[in-house]
Design a binder for this molecule. Structure first.
Ligand code: ASP
Length: 358
């Protein structure tokens, strides 16, 4: 995916409050209506000031990088995530904060993937997008972009206030790896059921105390490897051995998110447990994630999850599927031994899950 620098004349101030890099990847946010062909087409970012003239009022240095071609986020790939991580790494020292304009459909996956790839992040990386194209009168793109930029520029005691990968949408700042797209038509498209919002934007942007990740003590590092040998197996009553086998025995699958019922429960029928055990014995890592949006996996609470615990299925606590599948890609990509891999999968790496204290 090549990248094009779009120069926008924001009359860069002599003493800017902050410098922001916007990375435009595509999605509805960047669409305008083509009168001639009567359909939506990607918008040329050099016209951003015509669509959002308010940007001129920011006392920020603003640079825009646009990927080529821009994509509908349904087409986002592992290579795109690695490219985004590299772009942020290359520009890390030069900017105070980063705003990634992205389609909403897979934004929660991309924000999760980037949260793992960008280790010891001390600057904001704020994903945002829109339900209505920037070229439409009622668009939500303008508000989302402007507030995301403000958040990316905010500092306290000389340090970025939000040292993490987030999604800002409608009025909520959410941790990226806790977010889910929950709406395909309303403007409040994202929720984080198992973690409070980091901030709410109304007349002021109110940050919720003690929700943000602490500033890291180690140096920033962008990882460059994700292992795509992963799959999601969603259970449903009536699932057959054939379907379970096709996932667990697929060649090159080394990690599986098992989407279970309730607090991590699964059928106890012999063929199912045998297939799982056989996969684990072959070295496949199975991460148990609940189909419930709210709540957590607690393996061993019911008889229907005790077997999973005993055979070595890893409990995913209150992680989302989006954060779990990208965590598998990241942790498997580190190429560690089985014990360390299991340990990392069960631990809290970037605020993506809550470990309960006994
Ligand atoms: N299909 C679009 C995308 O995810 C939807 C959106 O941007 O809201 O790229």
């Amino acid at each position: 995916m090549p990248v094009v620098k779009v120069d926008i004349d924001t009359a860069a101030p002599a003493h800017p409050e902050a410098s922001i890099l916007i990375i435009y990847t595509g999605g509805t946010v960047g669409m305008v209506f083509d009168e001639e062909h009567q359909h939506l087409v990607p918008f040329n970012f050099s016209q951003i000031l015509d669509k959002v003239p308010e940007l001129r009022q920011f006392n920020y240095l603003i640079t825009v990088l646009s990927v080529e071609p821009v994509i509908d986020s349904s087409n986002v790939s592992v290579a795109d995530w690695l490219m985004l991580a590299s772009l942020i790494e290359e520009n890390y020292a030069a900017y105070d904060g980063f705003v990634v304009l992205h389609g909403t459909d897979t934004m929660a996956y991309s924000a999760s993937a980037l949260s793992y790839l960008l280790e010891n992040l001390e600057k904001p990386v704020i994903f945002t997008g829109a339900q209505l194209p920037i070229g439409l009168i009622r668009t939500d793109a303008r508000e989302n972009l402007i507030t995301a930029m403000q958040i990316a520029a905010t500092k306290a005691n000389g340090k970025s206030l939000v040292p993490e990968v987030c999604i800002f949408f409608h009025n909520l700042l959410l941790r990226g790896n806790r977010s889910k797209k929950v709406e395909s038509s309303h403007f409040d498209a994202f929720k984080s059921e198992n973690y409070p919002p980091l901030a709410e934007a109304g007349i002021t942007i109110d940050y919720l105390p003690n929700t943000l990740l602490p500033h890291p003590e180690q140096a920033f590092k962008a990882h460059q490897k994700l292992d795509d040998g992963v799959a999601v197996l969603k259970l449903f009553p009536g699932i057959t051995p054939h379907v379970v086998k096709s996932v667990l025995q697929a060649s090159e699958v080394r990690g599986v998110v098992l989407e279970t019922y309730g607090s991590g429960n699964a059928p106890t029928i012999a063929w199912f447990l045998e297939l799982l055990q056989e996969a684990i014995d072959r070295g496949v890592f199975i991460l148990n994630v609940s189909q419930c949006d709210e709540g957590r996996v607690d393996q061993g609470r019911y008889e229907t999850s005790k077997h999973l615990l005993n055979m070595g299925v890893i409990g995913g606590a209150d992680i989302t599927t989006e954060a779990a599948i990208t965590k598998l890609m990241y942790v498997l990509g580190l190429g560690l031994d089985a014990v360390k891999t299991r340990e990392l999968l069960a631990s809290n790496l970037r605020g993506e899950l809550t470990i309960l204290k006994d």
